[in-house]
Ligand binder design. Sequence first.
Ligand code: ING
Ligand code: ZN
Length: 307
Amino acid sequence: ANWGHLMTWKQYHRLDEIYGFLNYLAKTYPALVTVQSIGKSHQGNDLKVLKISNGDPKNKAVFIDGGIHAREWISPATVTYFINQIAENFDIESDDIKNIDWYFMPVVNPDGYEFTHTSDRLWRKNRRTPPVTGRVCSGIDLNRNFGYKWGGKGSSNNPCSEIYGGRRAFSEPESKALADFITNSATNFSAYLTYHSYGQYLLYPWGYENVVPPDYQDLDKLGKKIAQAIQETGGSQYKVGSSSGLLYPASGGSDDWAKAQGIKYSYTIELSDTGRHGFILPTSYIEPVARESLAGLRVLANQLSKE
Ligand code: ING
Ligand code: ZN
């Protein structure tokens, strides 16, 4: 069948196919779906955000991103699965899902994502190249470039490091566009979810140091409910905790920044697997991982419906 797009959840897709899919949805469901470019990447790729909303002013708002790290292909695949499910089945969706304004940015780092398809499958950072070519290394870790406690523990000032945070906070067009979009939109977001891989963790702030926010028990409780739904749906076990406590300290992460802006439910979700395949997750995992992750998203939507 010709669906008007080339997207599937049986393969990983190049950027043009992902963006073609977003544009298709906006064209097909103009009263429900809108797509906007919130800026350009270092190399000039659009930074696209897709919104799904029934326009009810009482709705809560949720921001979900993927592909901050180039090599974590399961992340854009999972975020586009959410988009497809909610947009294509909106009429028969639950009220919890319908009563949210959804904002999806499935590929925060389009240059890096394309680079992992053409040149280096395990590239992580963006593709900023140094002013003098051949002199130093390329790329800034976008998840160390956000402007809360930037430059602290778990980030590096060495351009050749995988966790290089850049010369200053928000030096990168990709992190800057995301943050400006959240800050400048009149919307008050109730949740911020950023999908990464791998490890099967539900992480909440703080990342910059092994401390937790005053309301961490709310984040922990909801995180555990989400993890339970994931396990009941697809069997994967997720560990829940603060990123610094459960993993390692890391400053300049997007979830810390979102939390510091007052977005209550801010999580980094490390999708499957736990290391057997790691970043090179076989395509047969896409549907099961995305499906169980959607079950987790429904738990978040249900929580927001009660607040
Ligand atoms: N892991 C995250 C990273 O950026 C993380 C883990 C998230 C640490 C949030 C701190 C805060 O290193 C991956 N896989 O990218
Ligand atoms: Zn990552």
